[in-house]
Design a protein around this ligand. Structure first.
Ligand SMILES: Nc1ncnc2c1ncn2[C@@H]1O[C@H](COP(=O)(O)OP(=O)(O)OP(=O)(O)O)[C@@H](O)[C@H]1O
Ligand SMILES: [Mg+2]
Length: 284
């Protein structure tokens, strides 16, 4: 992706975040939902390549926010910035402010442990460890002093929340790699839930599973929103229409627009969003 030039972008898309933020707040109701994540003029670079520029937005608690946009537009980078996974990438740097559940990410006072206790993440390709199903669920809790009974309760609860318990409760000691891809992805969700986060970050969680497993993960996500704030990157615009409460549209490293599902699929949204959502909707 070529380096992002802020001035060209601003001109090209004529984006004015105060305007978008206003419509967003207006549309989520008179009493705006509480904020889980707040970004102010947030930018990110890999070396000299600016991949996110001046992102200003708020993500509401207890809702499903879908992040959409063309490939390379910075969706995953934004998601990964939220739990600071990018920090370990050589030459990654960020500017501006990003706060998650009140933790200011650019302040050294907010430790990674504090942050990771609030935020769980699931990737596009199910990433299970070559260990038992049970050990996979408990992975994020290693080093914690937890009794065997508590561990069993956490495993059961997390697998039930991830709608996997019925399928695996008789084989918890079997290797996680024996599960189907759809089951592995739900196991990854169970592993993320085991640390009792407030926020779940999902990067294309249904992209590498079959349509039936995809639909079951989708209904799981809908159930989880009652207990978690969910932020999900997806290329599937029909899926976005089905499950998103709010939608953020990224293009070339800029947040072009965000708003409720109704707003983003209405004639009220900007031409750039409409063109992308219409076209991507027809293609998928
Ligand atoms: N670790 C990295 N090192 C260098 N550049 C990176 C790295 N990760 C991402 N990038 C670059 O940052 C830009 C945004 O990438 P990102 O993965 O956020 O896009 P995306 O919108 O998630 O795309 P996709 O839909 O294809 O997953 C791209 O130009 C990409 O090449
Ligand atoms: Mg991505």
């Amino acid at each position: 992706m070529p380096a992002v030039n802020l001035k060209t972008l601003a001109k090209e898309f004529n984006y004015a975040m105060p305007q978008t933020s206003k419509s967003y707040l207006k549309l989520v109701g008179e009493k705006p939902a509480e904020t889980a994540i707040k970004a102010e003029n947030f930018s990110a670079w890999f070396g000299e390549n600016c991949v996110l520029s001046g992102v200003t937005t708020q993500i509401a608690k207890g809702r499903i926010t879908c992040i959409v946009g063309p490939s390379g537009s910075g969706k995953s980078t934004f998601l990964r910035s939220i739990n600071r996974i990018n920090d370990s990438v050589p030459r990654y740097k960020m500017h501006g402010s990003l706060s998650v559940e009140g933790l200011d990410l650019d302040k050294k006072t907010s430790s990674l442990t504090q942050l990771r206790a609030q935020v769980g993440m699931v990737f596009q390709k199910p990433c299970v460890f070559p260990r038992s199903i049970k050990e996979n669920v408990l992975f994020g809790l290693r080093g914690h002093k937890i009794s065997r009974t508590e561990k069993d309760q956490i495993v059961e609860q997390s697998l039930k929340s991830a709608a996997l318990w019925n399928e695996v409760h008789l084989r918890l000691d079997q290797s996680a790699t024996t599960l189907s891809l759809g089951q592995q992805q739900r196991l990854c969700i169970a592993r993320a839930l085991a640390v009792k986060p407030k926020i779940l970050l999902l990067d294309e969680p249904t992209a590498s599973v079959d349509p039936v497993s995809g639909r079951s993960i989708e209904s799981l996500i809908l159930k989880l929103k009652h207990d978690y704030t969910i932020i999900m990157v997806t290329h599937d615009i029909r899926q976005t229409k089905r499950i998103a409460d709010d939608i953020m549209f990224f293009c070339s490293g800029a947040l072009i627009e965000c708003g409720t599902n109704e707003f983003m699929f209405s004639k009220e949204c900007s031409e750039q969003s409409r063109l992308y959502l219409d076209e991507a909707f027809c293609e998928c």
